[in-house]
Ligand binder design. Sequence first.
Ligand code: MG
Length: 256
Amino acid sequence: MQIARISLEAGPRYAILDHESNEYVVLAGDPIFQGLDTTGQRVPIEGTRVLSPIIPRSKVIGVGKNYMDHVKEMGGELPDAPVLFFKPNTAVIGPQDPIVAPTWAKEISWEAELAVVIGKPCRDVPVDRVDDVIYGYTAANDVTARDIQRAEPQWARAKGFDTSCPLGPVIDLDYDPTDVYVRSTVNGELKQDGRTSQMIRPVKELVSYISHAFSLLPGDVILTGTPAGVGVMTEGDTVTVEVEGLGELTNQLRSR
Ligand code: MG
């Protein structure tokens, strides 16, 4: 099952995608907290604006250097432990929202990633129980001000600025993340084409590791790292992240 958050006249609503009728089935509440009761309203998928499928209440946690080919292209060594960072929830945008380049950054880069949405409060989760705490999966673009990342030892500004975390378009609740493609295109040209099977630390290991540092809450999002093929965008470029089976996440770079 796939759910999206859509913009209706009454405001943002969650909805189930009905791929047979090409309609959204509107939900009564936030499905993470209130389940999948429907209102009976159906709206066509075509022409309906899709929002970020989630606004994390507490945090987005990023993982650096989780694909060896990306570690090599960045010229670094593989760290002993996963490098973690946060993006604030104010960085989150949805499909088709603009990525707004900060005035203080020169190099804005894309990073196509599989994202995990947490469904239950948890901590110290053993690897074999991680599936119990995952709500679903979506796609993310870990947009990075690369020049600032190089210049500053903490990545808060480089990876946490407003609009640096496009998410969506859907959350898939029955998804097998072990071997799916993770791609990005810029202006239609393929830039990244990796597979989650190439992760240095796979999803379950990452979520378990992270839960031993931070309590995880429903709606928290974990970005699982990016494959090789990152580069610099210029104003007006359109970037699309596609994680197999999860739709397309497209955003355009604008200047402030
Ligand atoms: Mg990343």
